[in-house]
Design a binder for this molecule. Structure first.
Ligand SMILES: [Zn+2]
Length: 286
């Protein structure tokens, strides 16, 4: 038995040394693990901060981009506005403002006024094949109307188109010779006539002939009342107007836009303020 004692002591010593070593090993590993954990934690929070900063930068960039886009759009819009305005001004500058002025006993047209273009109305459309003239740029509208009326079985003839200041003076004088002061009932004084514009016509029919003042009893007048506005024509002097006598035969071109609006609103040209009428000058030829 005593023989075994040194061996037991030796084994105990070995066990002690071994456990001490293992303990040291464990502690070392544990410490390393702890520091790795701490390192990892600090790295993670640094990444999070970096990520957050990047996201913030992105948002700022996106905002700047949106702002730039807004500025660009606004600029583009302004350019479009400007070129639109220039186009409108150009169109307006090319449209004779007299074409939408009121002329009557009250409103006067300069004696030197001559329409910018005049064409001779083809004989087929003028009463008794007499020589009549009309505004060249608006003739296609009038021709459309005459043709469509004919298709509907309504024969319109032009008994009077453009009249110069001189011709109007002459006409009035000749009417006065025949009718005396009664001529005032159906013939305007020179300078007060819409006929000097070249955009007004007096209609008759083959059946009425010279007796055109009775046109409001005909189907032709009913047709004009229903359709003329679609071609830009209006009745200038309706029954009961305060500017002039009733002239059911006398129709004037004022542009489709204005004629349609007048028809929609049940109003007449002379009812409107000149300022309101002038707003339609831009669409006169549309
Ligand atoms: Zn007339």
């Amino acid at each position: 038995m005593p023989k075994l004692l040194p061996f037991a002591i030796g084994a105990l010593a070995v066990a002690l040394i071994l456990s001490g070593y293992l303990g040291y090993q464990w502690r070392t590993t544990f410490t390393a693990l702890e520091s790795t954990k701490a390192e990892l934690a600090s790295t993670t929070s640094a990444s999070q901060i970096a990520l957050k900063n990047a996201a913030q930068d992105n948002a700022q960039l996106a905002e700047a981009l949106a702002e730039q886009k807004r500025v660009n759009d606004e600029f583009g819009g302004k350019i479009a506005d400007i070129s639109g305005t220039v186009g409108k001004l150009d169109k307006l500058a090319k449209t004779d403002p007299e074409l939408l002025q009121k002329y009557s006993k009250v409103y006067f047209l300069n004696e030197n006024y001559i329409p910018e273009s005049l064409i001779k109305i083809p004989e087929e459309w003028s009463y008794g094949a007499q020589e009549e003239y009309f505004h060249g740029k608006i003739w296609p509208e009038l021709l459309d109307m005459l043709k469509d009326a004919k298709e509907d079985g309504v024969d319109l003839e032009i008994i009077s188109g453009y009249r110069s200041f001189g011709k109007q003076a002459q006409l009035k004088a000749s009417y006065k010779v025949i009718y005396g002061a009664g001529a005032n009932a159906f013939s305007a004084d020179q300078g007060y006539s819409e006929h000097q514009l070249g955009t007004a016509v007096d209609f008759t029919t083959p059946a009425l002939g010279q007796n055109f003042t009775a046109i409001d009893t005909t189907e032709a007048y009913a047709w004009l009342t229903d359709h003329a506005h679609r071609y830009g024509f209006i009745l200038s002097y309706p029954k009961g107007n305060t500017y002039y006598q009733y002239e059911p035969w006398h129709w004037r071109y004022v542009g489709r836009d204005l004629a349609e609006d007048l028809d929609d609103d049940g109003k007449y040209f002379y009812d409107l303020d000149q300022r309101k009428i002038d707003e339609y000058l831009i669409s006169f030829y549309d």
